[in-house]
Design a protein around this ligand. Sequence first.
Ligand SMILES: [Cu+2]
Length: 72
Amino acid sequence: MTTVSYSVPTIHCEHCTHTVEMEVGELQGVQVVKADLDTKKVQITFDAPASEEKIKALLAEIEYPVGGLIAL
Ligand SMILES: [Cu+2]
């Protein structure tokens, strides 16, 4: 199990956090997704077959591109 925390600068309201949590949560292998509006961070815990590559690709696709990886 891997946990990452990404900066997602385009998160600007509750709708954004909800969309990100729902969409990323549907990726196979993703266990937990928590998007935070105040910090514009998304913390994701996942296992295979999910990967950082797949998660980042999905976020870019739904127009919430990852701005950077935040050290946990
Ligand atoms: Cu929004």
